[in-house]
Structure formats: C-alpha cells, structure tokens
Design a protein around this ligand. Sequence first.
Ligand SMILES: Nc1ncnc2c1ncn2[C@@H]1O[C@H](COP(=O)(O)O)[C@@H](OP(=O)(O)O)[C@H]1O
Ligand SMILES: [Mg+2]
Length: 265
Amino acid sequence: MDFVLLTETFRRLALLAGREIMTIYESGDLGVSVKDDESPVTAADHAADRIIFAGLSEVFPDLVLVTEEQADTHRDGGSTFLIVDPLDGTKEFVKRRGDFTVNIAYVADGVPVRGVVFAPARDRLFYTDADGRSVEETGPFDPDRPGETKPIRVGVPDNDALNIVASKSHRDATTDDYLSKYRSADMKSAGSSLKFCLVATGEADLYPRLGRTMEWDTAAGHAVLSGAGGAVVRFDDHTPLRYGKQGFENPFFIAHAPGIVLKDG
Ligand SMILES: Nc1ncnc2c1ncn2[C@@H]1O[C@H](COP(=O)(O)O)[C@@H](OP(=O)(O)O)[C@H]1O
Ligand SMILES: [Mg+2]
C-alpha cells in the first residue's frame, strides 16, 4: 500500500465532501428522508457519498470499498478494505448541531490502520499521517494542499478524576449505569465519531458505547485514536475491536486512553 497516496487521497476527499455538506447545510434545504431502519438520510449524505466513492474508486480501483450509503453491495468486506461513512451524525446535522463528520478508513487484516475524520462545521480535521501517527490540521483547509499539522496524543488519565465523553443522541440508562462505575471529573456529550477524536487529543479519556454502531461509524475515528496512542476494545471481553464482521455491525465497545482501569459491565 502507498500510504503517502492514501493519506493525501483521504484528506482531499474528506475536505471536498465536507465542503459539499456545508453548502447543503447552509442552503437550509437538507433534503431529509427516512431509511428502512428509520434513521434519517439527507441530500448531504448522498452528495458526500458520491464524491468519496468516485474519488476512492479512481485512485484505488482494486480495493474493496464499503460505504454506509451503499452497504447493500457487500455482506462483509473480507479483512482488508476501505470503509466510508460520508456523513456520520446525520441526526446532529438535521438538528443543526455541529457534531457531524466525514469518515474514511483503511482496514488491513481486520484492523483500522489509517483514517480521516473531518468535522466541517467545527473546522476540525484529524487524520493519520503516512507513518500512521495521528495529527490535527489547523485550518483554513485547502483540499489540494496540506496545511499545518500538530501531532495529537492521548492524555494521561487520572482514574480518580476521568474525563468522559458519551453520545449526544443515543444516551440511555444502561450507559449511565456503566458510567457510574467510574470516578469522573467531567462528563460531556458529543455526536458522531468526534468522540474518538476527543479521546485522541486528550480532551477526554474514555468513551464507552453501549449501543448500536456500524463499522463505518467507528473505523476512521478508531484509526485516529490508535495513531494517537489510544485503543478501542469490546465491551464484553476487553479484546480489540475488529473489522470485517458479517453485516458490519459492531458489538458494544469502549474507546480509551491507556492507563484506565476498565470496569466490567
Ligand atoms: N439503532 C441504531 N441502528 C443503527 N445504527 C445506529 C443506531 N443508533 C445509532 N446508530 C449509529 O450511530 C451513529 C450516530 O452516533 P452518535 O449517537 O454517537 O452520534 C449513526 O450514524 P449516522 O448518523 O451516520 O447514521 C448510526 O449509524
Ligand atoms: Mg454513521
């Protein structure tokens, strides 16, 4: 794999897709409809999906490409594939909260080794560099020219005063019960894959997800977190979360900085 080309391509396509998403966001006509699973989908999901699909297919014609909007094409991706959520946090987008992201990841042998997460309404761009180390680029962003980046790194958690982040739109009593097992200094909520990035930068230490997600929701954020020194483990046995599962559905998981004493469910 040419990781320089992969990094450039991921970054460029995420920015182009994000730009298109913002045009639709600011136009006021989001084109919302409802999918079979009753989740919302918008004109922005489709527009971003088209841009990323066309770009990845052109540069990497031989790689399996799985996108949320075209998931029916594959039952699983094998163990090495590209996986895309063109607009994660569609609920946040529809409610006009800024926590939505563009996500592109490369999974090798079941492990998400490279990824980009772009939050266009927050002006935050995170990605793994060609060596697999995670950076945040500071704007303004030009799709054709990488700007200044700074390395990002997980924090050093204090188990007596953890900073926890959890979903904004999918928070429930099971999650609250589990969170009560930890001593927290701060509890925040965020939408979409941004939660992984907050752990990656040290803005949070722990993100438990006791609810449904699909591999395209998590792969890019997972890659960014891994490249910043963090980990994502299954909730049930604390082994690493892997990809290429039948139907692309994830088990419950915990994303965390190292050094946290994980609690059982
Ligand atoms: N019941 C459910 N079934 C399938 N996916 C779900 C779900 N509840 C939440 N999700 C996933 O969680 C993502 C939102 O995460 P969060 O709550 O952390 O913001 C959604 O991404 P999309 O907005 O891309 O559909 C969706 O894929
Ligand atoms: Mg999603």
